[in-house]
Structure formats: structure tokens, C-alpha cells
Design a protein around this ligand. Structure first.
Ligand SMILES: C[S@@+](CC[C@H](N)C(=O)[O-])C[C@H]1O[C@@H](n2cnc3c(N)ncnc32)[C@H](O)[C@@H]1O
Length: 215
């Protein structure tokens, strides 16, 4: 399994525990990839607190647009709230990497925020809303096209709107640390406070399978 943008590594550690429940001596591996050295350190610290077989879980510092793992080596790719943080121009590379890394028949299960409609510039260009996973959300059709272009089986692609209420995250957007000055932070805060997140974005679950035949 591979977790893209693994952060503190918790999803990898939960997966390791589940794997050990069905197979106490697993031959497979779980990888977490994150470009932040601080996150990789945190994930390794968290893993060191769990009793796990040697090398079952490995955290790799790398961008998810260029992952140092072999072609067709992964059965399952997961990711939670990461792809929206990648600049639009680079998103097709993320899907190409997923397709390259999956074995034929391998699966993708991603959770991400997607845009319901084009966002105005004052939302798109707001640093706090980008960090808050709102401003970087891509349109559903665009996301679907990137997946098809990367080679995923058309008929296997599912983009399911969870219809969760995203306004519960409003107060957490625009943390002080994300702004270059108190003034820019306050303007971001006002921007976030005025915005109905549900009008612009939705939380999606995204699934796909890599075809059995390599083209
Ligand atoms: C919102 S956190 C989610 C962390 C984790 N998936 C979770 O559910 O707790 C986003 C993570 O993605 C990582 N990230 C963002 N862009 C990335 C990129 N281009 N390549 C690799 N990691 C990235 C960040 O460093 C951060 O750890």
C-alpha cells in the first residue's frame, strides 16, 4: 500500500495494524510519501511507538509528482486531503505517478476536496484558503479527465460526493502561522468568515482501478 501525502503517518499505521490482524507475518509493505521532512520525522516517531515487524512501514521524503518507487509495484494507493494542495499544472503528474506505480488490477481510494464551480480570484489566490484545502480544489470534470488521461479504466472511475458540511472547518482556516503579516492574516480570516465553503467545494471519495492490460 502507498499513502500519498502521509503527514503524521497515522493512516499507514492503522493499515499496518489491520494487515497484521489478518496476517501476523505479512510479506507486503506499506509506504507513506510526503515532501515535508518534518512530517516524515513525525511519522517515523509515531511508527517507532508502535510494535511493528521490521520494515513493514516505510516513510519516504519525496513529492507525490515524482515518487522513488518501482513501476507496477503497488496494490493499493490511498490519499487523504493532499491532491488539492498540488498546483493545478502538476496534478496530471500525480495521476500519472499513481498509474505508473499500481500493478495491473491495482486500486486507488482517495479522499479529496473538489470544486463545484470555478472560484473567483479572491478565493483562488487566498493563501489561507489554499492551506485550508479550499482554494486548490479542482473541478470534478477536470479531475476525472486527468484520471482518464493517466490511463485509469473509464468504467472503474467513481467520484462520490459525501455531502459533508464543510463549514464546520471555517474557524480552523487562516491559522496565524500561514500569513506573512498580521494584516494579510486578518484579511484572509475575513475572507474565510464570509465564505460559504459548501457553495464552492465538496468532500469527495474517489476510486479507480488500473486495467489488467498495460497499454
Ligand atoms: C492536509 S495534510 C494530510 C495528511 C494526511 N494525509 C492525513 O490525512 O492526516 C497534507 C499533507 O500532504 C503533504 N503534501 C502536500 N503537497 C505535497 C506534495 N506535492 N508532495 C508530497 N506531499 C505533499 C503535506 O506535507 C502534508 O503532510
Amino acid at each position: 500500500m502507498l499513502d500519498l501525502g502521509s503527514g503524521g503517518g497515522l493512516d499507514c499505521l492503522v493499515a499496518a495494524r489491520q494487515m497484521l490482524q489478518t496476517d501476523p507475518s505479512p510479506t507486503g509493505k506499506i509506504y507513506g510519501v510526503d515532501r515535508s521532512s518534518k512530517m516524515i520525522e513525525l511519522a517515523r516517531r509515531n511508527a517507532s511507538k508502535s510494535v511493528l515487524p521490521d520494515r513493514l512501514v516505510e516513510f519516504i521524503e519525496a513529492p507525490i509528482t515524482k515518487i522513488p518507487l518501482k513501476d507496477a509495484s503497488i496494490d493499493l494507493i490511498v490519499s487523504n486531503c493532499v491532491i488539492n494542495l498540488v498546483p493545478d499544472a502538476d496534478k496530471p503528474m500525480v495521476f500519472s505517478e499513481m498509474h505508473r506505480l499500481l500493478k495491473p488490477g491495482g486500486r486507488l481510494a482517495v479522499s479529496d476536496l473538489l470544486a463545484k464551480k470555478d472560484m473567483p480570484d479572491h478565493v483562488r489566490n487566498d493563501a489561507a484558503l489554499l492551506i485550508g484545502c479550499i482554494a486548490g480544489a479542482s473541478l470534478v470534470d477536470e479531475y476525472h479527465r486527468w484520471m482518464v488521461d493517466a490511463g485509469f479504466e473509464q468504467g472503474s472511475i467513481v467520484l462520490a460526493n459525501t455531502n459533508s458540511d464543510l463549514n464546520v472547518y471555517q474557524k480552523q482556516t487562516a491559522p496565524l502561522s500561514c500569513c506573512s503579516s498580521k494584516q494579510s492574516c486578518e484579511s484572509s480570516r475575513k475572507n474565510a468568515d464570509k465564505l460559504d465553503f459548501n457553495e464552492w467545494v465538496a468532500a469527495y471519495q474517489i476510486y479507480a482501478v488500473k486495467g489488467k492490460h498495460i497499454s
